[in-house]
Structure formats: C-alpha cells, structure tokens
Design a protein around this ligand. Structure first.
Ligand code: 8YV
Length: 316
C-alpha cells in the first residue's frame, strides 16, 4: 500500500503527477488554508504532508497524527513548523531555499519603489475620477536612487536585494544581522543605528520567537519621519497595530507590506492608511518561481520514496 500524502493547498497538478507512483495523494484543492482542526482531521493516517508554509505543525498536532513521518514545504520559510518537535518525532523535513530568491528580492524592490513614489495612492486617486489637472507637487514622492537602504536580515533574499539596490539604484546599503556576513562587514549597524540612518528600511529576516515584533512602537520612533518601511519577511516581525499608528501620526512616511500578522486577515487600521502599499503575500509569485517551489518539494518527496535524503533538508 502506498503511503498517504496530504497536499494541503491547490498546487500545479502536472507537477504532482510523478508523486502518484509512490504516494496516495489526499488533495485539499483550495486556496484557503485548512483550519488547525481540519488539518488534524485530514492528516489522519498520512505519512507525509506537502505544505505551503501556513500549516502549523507543533507537538500537539504530532501527537494527534502518529503516522506522520515527513513534511516537504514549497516555501523557504518554515516558521510554521516546531522544528525541534518534528525532529523529536524523527520527521524528514524539507523546504525550498534558493528558487525564490530572485523573484522575492525583485518584489521587495517593487514594493520599495511603489511605496516611495506613492503608486497605490495616486492610482486610487486617478481611478476615482479625482484628477483635475497636473499639479506641481502632486503626489510628490520620496527619492530612492542614491539613498540609504537599511536591510534587516542579510540571508539569500536580503543579499539579492542589497546587490540589486547597489548596482541598479546606486543605493548605499546598511544591514543588521545576527552574524557577520562575509563581504558585507562594513555596512553592519546595530538595529537602532540602522533605523536612525536609513531612508528606507526593508525587513528580510526569518520569523522566530527572537524576531517577533522586532519592529514595534519603540523601533518605529527611531526611524526618520521621511523613511519608509518594507516588510518582505513575515507578518509577526512587525507589530502591525503600532505600524498603523506610526503611519497615521506621520512618525514614518509610508510602508509597503506583503505579509501581515494573522493573514489573510489584515489589521483594519492598516487598511485605512493611504500611505501603505498592501499586497497579498505575492513576493515569490511569478509562475516560473511558484512552479520551481512546488518542484522542489516534489523532488524531496521523490528522493524520500527512493530511500534517499532529499536535496533541500531544513538545516540543523
Ligand atoms: C510563499 C514565502 O509564497 O517561501 C516563503 O517562505 O513566504 C512565500 O514564498 C508563502 O509562504 C506561501 O504561503
């Protein structure tokens, strides 16, 4: 009998096809994530989970799903897993590093430019039929080229943003990371210094208990009033309510957010902020990239079916 594999999202059926030879697929063919209770129910008897990064797997779920032996994620982030608990249960774990670096970095810069140059706000104004004439200071934005970009978290995506911002936009790049990153030592700043010195701040740091609400009221108060904040990381890295207050009070100029605490629900105060560009977690969303992410999970599952280690295990 083939082991059961829960595919917890609507993915690309053609890419899942090779799995059928080895696994009995149980498809949750929807864009809406399974609730924790539904996930637990669907996982009964499953050997594996092909997940999208939003399925919470913790000690309680593992205890309730004793057959679970493997989790392959299509995402690079794996903060939805209690990795220590998964390892205690001896699970095989994989994620999708590398394949989404360019698309995500590209979107970080898209959000930065759109936020600084007020693309969302001015488009809403035009579509609402409010454009009566060209104005000398109409939607005057903030300059990006040649300015200082502070990147929090200089992993693969952060470094790709840094290189592109330096080369393409002639930006001076500062960064804050826990460990020094070879080749980038001179741009390292403490978090307060980075926040105080940057014209634009971009968050590229993984989410963990250590980075929960890394940016809250106190940190927002350290930023320049003319600065923008871009969140490309995870919702929980920013205290969204504090951010909305900072945007309303003009404590910072604008924000560009692709990720939210409690997404897909978005804090209503943020929704009301015209100086925020808000996108529905699409940074990695180009078709080639999304397909490569799914392929990465499939490759790990196929390797496991052959009794081999997968190509992209979650690091120890
Ligand atoms: C995913 C991501 O699109 O890979 C990640 O960690 O954040 C994105 O690329 C997202 O997690 C899908 O749920």
């Amino acid at each position: 009998m083939k082991p059961h594999l829960l595919v917890a999202r609507r993915l690309f059926p053609d890419l899942l096809e090779p799995l059928v030879a080895h696994y009995a697929l149980r498809l949750h063919d929807h864009d809406e994530a399974l609730s924790p209770a539904a996930l637990q129910a669907q996982m009964q008897g499953c050997w594996g989970l092909l997940g999208s990064g939003s399925e919470r797997v913790d000690a309680a779920l593992l205890a309730a799903c004793p057959d679970l032996r493997a989790i392959a994620l299509i995402t690079v982030g794996y903060n939805n897993l209690d990795v220590a608990a998964c390892r205690q249960h001896g699970l095989l774990l994989s994620h999708a590093p590398g394949v989404l670096t360019e698309a995500t970095a590209e979107f970080g810069l898209t959000l930065l430019l759109a936020t600084a140059r007020r693309v969302g706000e001015s488009e809403r104004f035009l579509r609402a039929g409010q454009w009566r004439g060209w104005g000398i200071d109409q939607f005057a934005g903030l300059p990006v080229m040649g300015r200082t970009l502070g990147i929090v978290g200089l992993g693969r995506i952060g470094q790709e943003v840094a290189r592109t911002a330096q080369q393409g936009l002639r930006m001076q790049v500062l960064h804050h990371s826990r460990r020094p990153v070879a080749g980038w030592e001179s741009g390292w700043r403490s978090l307060p210094d980075l926040l105080a010195q940057s014209d634009h701040v971009m968050l590229c740091v993984p989410y963990s208990p250590d980075t929960h609400h890394l940016i809250g009221a106190a940190q927002l108060a350290q930023m320049k009033p003319s600065a923008t904040l871009i969140n490309l990381a995870r919702g929980g890295v920013v205290d969204d309510r504090a951010l909305a207050q900072a945007l309303i009070r003009g404590q910072i100029a604008a924000a560009g957010l692709d990720v939210f605490e409690g997404e897909p629900t978005v804090c209503t105060d943020l929704l009301a902020c015209d100086n925020a560009v808000l996108t529905p977690h699409i940074a990695s969303s180009t078709l080639p990239t999304r397909r490569a992410m799914v392929q990465c999970a499939v490759d790990n599952l196929l390797a496991w079916a052959r009794g081999e280690p997968g190509p992209t295990p979650i690091p120890q």
